[in-house]
Every structure is written in structure tokens, then in C-alpha cells.
Design a protein around this ligand. Structure first.
Ligand SMILES: Cc1cc2nc3c(=O)[nH]c(=O)nc-3n(C[C@H](O)[C@H](O)[C@H](O)COP(=O)(O)O)c2cc1C
Length: 221
């Protein structure tokens, strides 16, 4: 039977949706309609019990973006210093490590100028006292939709980056955004049209190396 989709397109979408930082077009506005369309698509993601317990907060007010960017940078500074020390300690000087540091630093510097910052939220307060199963069910009912949102953006020529650093100061971000204390912020996604034409697949281990059959550590042929 023929595949129901054009696999060259769907596989390309799934393998080349990258974290976009340096190629975010800071000059081109992102219409609300496009973001709403992508959120509409994202809300088709699976959820435990079929309850869609999310809200999506789009931030494009310049002062509010600046406030979020300030929180992000406050968390980024000690994070990247620790990363650089760790990289030096093991003598990692490869281009890909340098690229991640450069592009992450770029994003931290320009965050306030990215046209839209999107914060997906869960309508409950996550608790460290929850069992691993409850935590998995809770996050598992929210995060697939966030990735769907990124895929929908990419299909339309927009790039995004999953970031979590501002969550070090989640309470301050909540205050800035009037998010009630009963809600958990999940991530902060800078969203913009991307510059350039295309993206490549990332470097990953082959599936056989990370898959077992029937028993832990039993390889699959
Ligand atoms: C849970 C999570 C948190 C992340 N947090 C950040 C972040 O705070 N800042 C950032 O620049 N990138 C962040 N990233 C992006 C990763 O650095 C990126 O996915 C990784 O380097 C692989 O690159 P790729 O997505 O292009 O394959 C995060 C990604 C995930 C999944």
C-alpha cells in the first residue's frame, strides 16, 4: 500500500526542525493569525484522559519581552559560564560545541527583539511530591503539543527554540505576565520567520544503538 503521506516531506519536517537561534528574522513581524493557526494544530496532540489542560501565552509587547529577556539573561550568565568551564575541563574544542555556545549566547542577547515569545502553560501546579507516573502523565499531556507547535511553525517558514532557562525565575515571570500561582510555565519559545532556505538533520546515534528488543540491553538486529 502506498504511504498515505509524502514521506519525503513529512520525514524532512521531522528530521530538520532544529533549534533556531541565529537565523531568527528579527525584522519581520509574526502575525497573530499564524501563531493561532499553529496553536490550533498543536492542540490536536494527545493528552491523558483527553483533557487539554493548557494555555498558550503569546508575548509581543516590547516592554514585556524585555522583562522576560532580562530574566532569561540572569539565568543564562551563570549557566553558560558553568558550561564553558565544563567544556574546557574535558578539552572539547570542536566546532559543534563552539557553535552551540555562540548561538545560545546570541539568542540570550537578542531575545527581547524576537517578534514573539510563546510560553505554553499547564493548568495545574506541578509538585515534586508527585509520583514519577503522575509527573510523566502530566508533562506527557502537555509537551507533545509544544513540539507539534514547533513543527507547524517550521512548515510555515517560522523557526523557534525550546528554552527553559527563564524558569529559574518562574515566579518573577509569572508576576510580569499575571500568570496565577495555580499554573506552571513549561517553556519559552522565541518565534520568528527564519532566514535562509533550509536546515539539515542533526547528528544522532543510529536507532539500533538506542533500541532494545524484549529485554533491557538485548540488541535488535
Ligand atoms: C527541555 C529543553 C530545554 C532547552 N533549553 C534551552 C535553553 O534554555 N536555551 C537554549 O538556547 N536552548 C535550549 N534548548 C535547545 C537545545 O539546546 C537543543 O535542542 C539542542 O542543542 C539540540 O539542537 P537541535 O534542537 O537543533 O537538534 C532546550 C531544549 C530542550 C528540549
Amino acid at each position: 500500500m502506498a504511504a498515505p503521506f509524502d514521506l519525503s516531506q513529512t520525514d524532512k519536517l521531522l528530521t530538520t526542525t532544529r533549534t533556531v537561534r541565529k537565523r531568527l528574522d528579527l525584522t519581520r513581524p509574526v502575525p497573530h493569525a499564524v501563531l493561532l493557526e499553529c496553536i490550533e494544530i498543536a492542540t490536536q496532540a494527545p493528552t491523558g484522559g483527553n483533557v487539554q489542560q493548557w494555555r498558550w501565552l503569546i508575548v509581543d509587547d516590547p516592554d514585556t519581552k524585555q522583562g522576560l529577556a532580562d530574566l532569561y539573561r540572569r539565568a543564562y550568565a551563570p549557566y553558560i559560564e558553568a558550561q564553558k568551564r565544563a567544556v574546557e575541563a574535558v578539552g572539547r574544542t570542536d566546532a559543534s560545541t563552539r557553535n552551540i555556545i555562540d548561538s545560545s549566547t546570541h539568542l540570550a542577547e537578542v531575545l527581547a527583539d524576537v517578534p514573539a515569545l510563546v510560553i505554553p502553560c499547564g493548568l495545574d501546579r506541578v509538585s515534586a511530591a508527585w509520583s514519577p507516573g503522575r509527573l510523566a502523565g502530566w508533562f506527557g499531556s502537555l509537551l507533545p503539543a509544544v513540539w507539534s507547535f514547533q513543527l507547524a511553525l517550521r512548515s510555515r517558514g517560522l523557526g523557534s527554540a525550546w528554552t527553559t532557562l527563564h524558569l529559574e525565575f518562574e515566579e518573577e515571570a509569572a508576576e510580569l505576565l499575571a500568570i496565577p500561582p495555580t499554573v506552571t510555565q513549561l517553556a519559552l519559545l522565541p518565534v520568528a520567520y527564519y532566514t535562509g532556505d533550509d536546515f539539515k538533520a542533526g547528528s544522532r546515534k543510529p536507532a539500533q544503538n538506542v533500541t532494545y528488543l524484549n529485554r533491557w540491553k538485548q540488541p535488535i538486529a
